[in-house]
Design a protein around this ligand. Structure first.
Ligand SMILES: [Zn+2]
Length: 288
């Protein structure tokens, strides 16, 4: 009976040569299941490999910059962060995924390299924290401050030498879990637009490194539109009230600001902090 069945099966010439539709479908389903299982973990491996490569580049660059500093200052001084930034930009060590390294001085001593694409310390949303703080300030004092500084033509600048409002805002941010220093934010400006609305500009650049009139990369949050944009702003000078002392600030008004055109930012992109932050991470630090 088995022999007959075999004979019967082999009897039709060529009938067994191809695959039946059911067999093809079964194989495709198995492949699809395997792909669904494997591709996410492969993407994870690739991300991890990129991150590790970036870590190695950062470590090499930090060592290189430290050696260069000793060499250039003959062991007796420090280079400015903008000098270090310049050396970093010309270095053979860089992020292969296009993150523009930012050079920081950890507590003014150790040179630290931050990659905006690969350092998780950078994945925060400062504007969202500020928006929450403005809506729910937690204390009457902060509430009064926000009411006052969301008025048209009112500013709080990170660089003002004696701002109690700056200290209050930074203190409130820290309480909300965002320590500007550890996040690498060097300069920011809170600019009132009237009717409780505000623009917030912030950057990982230190304004002290930028002459008045030069352009520095910033991220901007517009509370009225609830959008984020990456761009450049002109560094201006402000004067302490009643005193002669000037200090650098991020410029005021639309004439100071321009959107970065190197990477398109659609209106949909601007709803996403992460998307715009990636753009910011790939922008050159300054522009002409
Ligand atoms: Zn990187």
């Amino acid at each position: 009976m088995a022999a007959r069945a075999r004979a019967k099966a082999n009897g039709g010439r060529g009938r067994q040569k191809g695959f039946t539709l059911v067999e093809v479908i079964v194989v495709l389903v198995i492949l699809a299941v395997l792909a669904a299982l494997l591709i996410p973990s492969m993407v994870g491996w690739i991300d991890k490999a990129h991150k590790r490569a970036c870590e190695a580049s950062k470590a090499s660059l930090a060592r290189d910059l430290q050696a260069e500093e000793i060499y250039q200052t003959e062991g007796g001084g420090k280079l400015t962060t903008s000098q270090l930034q310049e050396l970093a930009q010309a270095s053979e060590f860089y992020c292969k995924q296009g993150g523009v390294y930012h050079v920081l001085r950890n507590g003014a001593e150790e040179i630290q390299i931050v990659c905006p694409l690969h350092d998780s310390a950078y994945t925060f949303d400062m504007s969202e924290v500020i928006r929450d703080l403005v809506a729910n300030p937690g204390s009457e004092e902060l509430k009064a401050m926000f009411q006052s500084f969301t008025g048209a033509g009112k500013y709080i600048d990170s660089t003002s030498k004696q701002g109690t409002n700056r200290e209050k805002l930074e203190g409130a941010l820290k309480e909300a879990g965002f320590d500007l220093q550890t996040q690498g934010i060097q300069s920011w400006s809170f600019q009132g637009m009237g009717n409780g609305q505000f623009l917030l500009y912030w950057t990982t650049e230190d304004l002290v490194d930028y002459p008045v009139g030069s352009r520095v990369k910033v991220m901007r949050y517009n509370s009225l539109r609830d959008t984020y944009t990456a761009g450049y702003i002109t560094v201006r000078e402000a004067q302490l009230e009643g005193k002669g002392e000037y200090y650098p600030v991020l410029g005021r008004g639309d004439a100071s600001w321009s959107e970065f055109a190197g990477i398109p930012q659609s209106e949909a992109d601007k709803q996403q902090f992460d998307t715009i932050y990636q753009v910011f991470g790939q922008m050159p630090a300054g522009a002409n």
